[in-house]
Design a protein around this ligand. Structure first.
Ligand code: K2U
Ligand code: ZN
Length: 175
């Protein structure tokens, strides 16, 4: 397993639409293992393959609390089959938009279909944080970031804040 670099806005790769996985094999599983290790190290509770530069429709997630056993989840070629009208506002963050948080409204429950770690077909309802996180990650598979749901002004402010922080980090490293 390996920890991979997470792409940061405004990297144009993050705007790519990821392609479906054609066959779930050991190479797919090795990538998911790396993604999970990268997510835990960030730390985060979800990660899409495009965030480590791989344009494939793969997501990993672990919603277990800090004092709970890890509960890794793997989503290959996930689709939303149904959603509900009721919206749930949630203060979202993103490992590709570090240290920026804003409320985003999304459907409170979604019915999803995906292939699991071994390629088995799964259909289930997600709600609350699970619904927020899977929709956030599936946006990544379509080249959409949570800041794209905000006003133009807030989106530009977020990108400027991240770019400023990245410049300061580079200067600190150079000293
Ligand atoms: O896509 C990502 O960068 C992963 C997000 C997943 C997420 C987004 C919005 C709401 C919940 C989860 C990161 O995990 S954001 C960082 C984080 C870390 C711990 C708890 C919540 C969010
Ligand atoms: Zn994200």
């Amino acid at each position: 397993m390996a920890i991979r670099d997470i792409l940061i806005v405004p990297n144009p790769v993050l705007k790519q639409v990821s392609k479906p996985v054609e066959r779930v094999d050991d190479e797919t599983r090795a990538l998911m293992d790396d993604m999970l290790e990268t997510m835990y190290a960030a730390p985060g509770i979800g990660l899409a393959a495009i965030q480590v530069g791989i344009p494939l429709r793969i997501i990993v997630m672990d919603l277990a609390g800090q004092d709970e056993e890890p509960a890794p989840r793997y989503f290959i070629n996930p689709e939303i089959l149904e959603d509900v009208e009721e919206l749930l506002p949630w203060e979202e963050g993103c490992l590709s938009v570090p240290d920026y948080y804003e409320d985003v409204e999304r459907p409170r429950r979604v019915k999803i279909r995906y292939l699991d770690y071994h390629g088995k077909d799964v259909v289930e309802w997600a709600e609350e944080l699970y619904a927020v996180c899977i929709q956030h990650e599936m946006d990544h598979l379509n080249g959409v970031l949570f800041i794209d749901h905000l006003s133009r002004l807030k989106r530009q402010r977020a990108i400027r804040k991240v770019q400023k922080a990245e410049r300061e980090k580079a200067l600190d490293a150079a000293v």
